[in-house]
Design a protein around this ligand. Structure first.
Ligand SMILES: NC(=O)c1ccc[n+]([C@@H]2O[C@H](COP(=O)([O-])OP(=O)(O)OC[C@H]3O[C@@H](n4cnc5c(N)ncnc54)[C@H](OP(=O)(O)O)[C@@H]3O)[C@@H](O)[C@H]2O)c1
Ligand SMILES: [Zn+2]
Length: 361
């Protein structure tokens, strides 16, 4: 049996994304086949397409780590039936190590990401084969649409996990935080996947949110989404603006997915936290050390979140009426256009490939 897919045969520019026939995946024991509804584009897809030093990809490879779909057959391993609405937890994990047994699958030493730098093909295809333990049902009562569900499994999950972890650190440092205290957050790229997720989730958790944008055209949308301060990094000084807004205290938390560590640290208040989850601007960061320890600062790295956090986040989003911000929807065959849009930083929110429109059935 064949299917339509966007297949990478080597690293390179958007021209390498080839829409073609490809064999339908065949499941081994413990795996399930999912009929893909949609798959959103993440920066990771661009890194895998272009290639990174020291990171292996076996070609042909199918990108796509942020997937919603329907079970293609009954699944005895999960007890779910054909047609169930599901998302795919994107971290492949061993299932038996100490971290996996504790439900901290993203800390598993053999972790890799479906459709990422791994041997697992992703969601730029009509069907995807995954371990049954990576299946997460979308609760029937959930307000998330199938498009929404394809937007939350990577950026939103990582942000949710960072907010949980940062909340734990703040609790340790401050003791019980007064209920009327509203911590402050700085996130870069208000319109990025990480940016929109940070603004929506942190606002719902009671944060005052500051966000940067690369050009003035994104300012209004950022305020509409709930930002308390939007900083245009093309003409404003980020540290100065953060200090003005926080009365010279600095931010409680900075979510840094671009790699500007020096700025992140200098924006912090004492005992503030930098959560690092990306390196969009550069593979290497340099930072002045004294501002870090003088602030008694904390810094941690984040890699997705756990499966339990994904389930918890879906509940949290439903409870707070949060729907992910979707910038644009492309047909699977237009993956090239979708990548180009992200590459040019034109997007505000998640870019989606709606695979359902390509199904021949
Ligand atoms: N660790 C994890 O598990 C995990 C999970 C998800 C994502 N990530 C990483 O997080 C990063 C963002 O991913 P994404 O999918 O959200 O990407 P994205 O939507 O493409 O966002 C990137 C945005 O970053 C902003 N930006 C670029 N350079 C900047 C700079 N020097 N200073 C401030 N902002 C800058 C740009 O917005 P403006 O031009 O408007 O400023 C750009 O739109 C990627 O590096 C990705 O690999 C990691
Ligand atoms: Zn494990």
């Amino acid at each position: 049996m064949g299917m339509r897919a966007v297949v990478l045969h080597g690293h390179g520019s958007v021209d390498m994304l080839r829409y073609q026939d490809f064999p339908e995946p065949v499941c081994d024991r413990g795996e399930v086949l999912v009929r893909v509804h949609a798959c959103s584009v993440n920066r990771l897809d661009l890194w895998v397409r272009r290639g990174l030093p020291g990171r292996e990809v076996v070609f042909p490879h199918i990108l796509g780590c942020d997937i919603s779909g329907y079970l293609a057959s009954d699944s005895p391993d999960t007890g779910m039936v054909k047609g169930s609405r599901v998302v795919i937890y994107p971290a492949i994990h061993c299932g038996v190590c100490r971290f996996c047994r504790m439900g901290k699958e993203n800390r598993c030493s053999s972790v890799s990401i479906i459709g990422g730098f791994s041997r697992w093909h992703g969601g730029y295809a009509e069907y995807v084969r995954v371990p049954a333990r990576n299946i997460v049902p979308i609760p029937p009562q959930s307000n998330l649409s199938m498009d929404d569900a394809a937007s939350i499994n990577v950026a939103y999950l990582t942000v949710y996990s960072m907010l949980m972890q940062a909340g734990g650190i703040m609790q340790d440092v401050h003791g019980s935080i007064e209920s009327d205290y509203s911590p402050s957050l700085l996130v870069y790229g208000a319109g990025s996947g990480i940016g929109v997720a940070s603004i929506q989730l942190a606002k719902a958790m009671g944060y005052r949110v500051m966000a940067t944008v690369g050009d003035g055209s994104k300012v209004e949308r950022s305020y509409s989404l709930g930002c308390d301060l939007v900083i245009d990094r093309s003409k404003q000084d980020i540290v100065r603006e953060v200090m003005n807004f926080t009365g010279d205290e600095g931010a409680d938390l900075v979510i840094d997915h671009v790699g500007t560590w020096d700025t992140s640290i200098k924006c912090l208040r004492r005992s503030g936290v930098v959560a690092v989850c990306g390196a969009t601007a550069s593979e290497h960061a340099s930072a002045e050390i004294r501002p870090f320890y003088n602030r008694l600062a904390y810094m941690f790295g984040a890699y997705l979140g756990s499966k339990r956090e994904l389930e918890g986040m879906i509940r949290f989003m439903d409870e707070h009426g949060i729907r992910p911000v979707i910038d644009s929807v492309f047909a699977l065959e237009d993956a090239m256009l979708a990548h180009a849009r992200m590459e040019m930083n034109q997007h505000f929110g998640k870019i989606l490939l709606r695979v359902a429109d390509s199904h021949s059935l």
